[in-house]
Design a protein around this ligand. Structure first.
Ligand SMILES: [Zn+2]
Length: 498
């Protein structure tokens, strides 16, 4: 690729809150120098004009699900538990082309909205495969989005994982529910191991990870098996922890302690561990995560959409947890807009009480959406900043867009004003993937045709699964909230079990 030099833009430094005129010298996929206008560059350097552009480090989406993109907007008043019940309807009968297409749609949405890297917990029925992982990796590589892809796995179905739920299912439906059983744990772990064995050595563009989906959906042996894979192949671990109150209370029932305390006892928490959501973490849980150097992917949009609650981001930062921000999947968020997620992270912190010290600043929200996400993805020091040695993952915002008229404060406006509509161009690893508001790597018209064809075919194939959901909805809806009525003393900030 050689050299490129970006000239004439304002370069955002989130830590100092400034956007100074500066040029950026890029060699291949890496930033070599950032300096005052007129920065020296090799004669052969390709020049990129950036006048009237604010250049910010690409946003990092620390939690999404690529399989959700074909299911966007399919439901409304869903709790997490109803969403899990709807999974066979939303994601059933997917073929190879669907796996790839769903990831591509999300990747295109993300790059058009200023995101340059994501942590994707994708699901493949009945277990992950080498081919499935390769399809998702390929989809990201084609669009040009950097990604960590973690097969989302378990050895218990939702109905097996929630105490008393399987018994609450009427006899007529029990056979259908039994068919939702997942592959045995050892089979799933062996499938992931086989896929990892011949993973391409280049892990800068797309790297694997492992996602034991929800702790009590996994036996302890299975969680330890995932942790062993992570250790053997140097991967991240990612799990939905303390997301809904039902989930938090189920953890107490199953383990006699919080999910986080249980994971800590198993010895799986560490700098490569990411908790998704963490709405119902108590102060001890946060201290444990902070002490182990773990991350939380905070998904404020999804947490509100599913009625899961408001996470205590300040408590996490006080406990030295690495805070990252995610959109969550398109079947529960529903868009893949990291500007919105960042803005909601700021707002959600402010709506929890009048004590201003506990509110996130725009600087903290922006850092969580860049450097915090980088650390969660295992790419700290590689992405999330515009500085020498970092990957050239850059977003060019149009300062002539009304979002920026006038430019009063770059960080406040990035978090509170920008919504993705001012994104003009996006560079990932030195490659332009968006220019003049258009994605360059994928034919959008063709993507639309494929998406509509897939929607029609999958709707027909999953008609039965939809009927099954309709039949199960009232059962799950009456059983699960009962679990959440157990005492869980909620303080002004955070929660404590009694
Ligand atoms: Zn999730």
């Amino acid at each position: 690729m050689g050299y490129a030099v970006v000239r004439g833009g304002l370069v955002l430094d989130i830590r100092s809150g400034t956007a100074a005129p500066a040029d950026i010298l890029i060699e291949d996929d890496t930033i070599r120098a950032v300096g005052p206008p007129g920065l020296a560059a090799p004669a052969e350097a390709h020049e990129i004009a950036a006048a009237r552009r604010l250049i910010h480090p690409g946003l990092v989406n620390a939690h999404t699900h690529s399989h959700g993109n074909l299911a966007k907007g399919m439901g409304d008043r869903w709790t997490l538990e109803l969403l899990l019940t709807a999974a066979p309807w939303l994601g059933g009968n997917r073929g190879a082309e669907d796996i790839r297409l769903s990831a591509q749609i999300g990747a295109v949405e993300m790059v058009l909205k200023g995101c340059t890297a994501c942590y994707d917990l994708f699901f493949e029925w009945p277990m992950p495969s080498r081919d499935g992982m390769a399809l998702v990796a390929d989809a990201y590589a084609e669009v040009g989005l950097r990604a960590v892809i973690a097969p989302m796995v378990a050895d218990r179905s939702f109905f097996e994982a929630i105490p008393g739920l399987a018994d609450a299912v009427p006899t007529a439906l029990q056979e259908r529910v039994a068919a939702l059983r997942l592959a045995p744990g050892e089979t799933t772990l062996a499938a992931i191991r086989a896929a990892l064995r011949d993973w391409p050595p280049d892990r800068e563009q797309v790297r694997p990870a492992v996602a034991p989906t929800i702790p009590h959906h996994c036996s302890d042996d299975f969680i330890l098996g995932c942790a062993a894979l992570a250790r053997d192949f140097d991967l991240g671990l990612h799990s939905h922890v303390a997301e809904s109150k039902v989930q938090a209370m189920t953890g107490i029932r199953v383990y006699g302690k919080t999910q986080t305390a249980h994971l800590d006892r198993l010895g799986v928490l560490g700098p490569r561990f990411t908790v998704a959501h963490g709405v119902w973490l108590d102060a001890d849980d946060m201290a444990r995560l902070g002490d182990r150097g773990a991350s939380v992917a905070h998904n404020p949009g999804s947490n509100m959409r599913l009625g899961s609650g408001l996470a205590d981001a300040r408590g996490m930062l006080d406990a030295r947890v690495n805070l990252a921000i995610g959109t969550d999947g398109a079947s529960c968020a529903d868009n893949q807009n990291m500007y919105e997620a960042m803005r909601l992270a700021s707002f959600v912190s402010k709506v929890q009480g009048p004590e201003r010290r506990r509110w996130l600043s725009t600087r903290e929200a922006a850092l969580a959406a860049t450097e915090g996400g980088a650390r969660a993805l295992g790419l700290d020091g590689r992405i999330g900043r515009i500085a020498p040695g970092f990957k050239a993952d850059l977003v060019f915002l149009d300062l002539d867009h009304p979002n920026w008229l006038p430019l009063n404060d770059p960080v406040n406006q990035l978090v509170h004003c920008e919504d993705g509509t001012a994104v003009d161009s996006v560079m990932i690893g030195g490659r332009m993937v968006v220019a003049n508001r258009r994605v360059l790597t994928v034919d959008l018209a063709r993507l639309r045709e494929r998406a509509e064809a897939a929607r029609e075919r999958l709707a027909a194939l999953n008609a039965d699964n939809r009927l099954l959901y309709d039949a199960l909805e009232p059962i799950v809806d009456s059983h699960c909230p009962g679990l959440a009525r157990l005492p869980y003393h909620v303080h002004r900030y955070g929660a404590r079990l009694e």
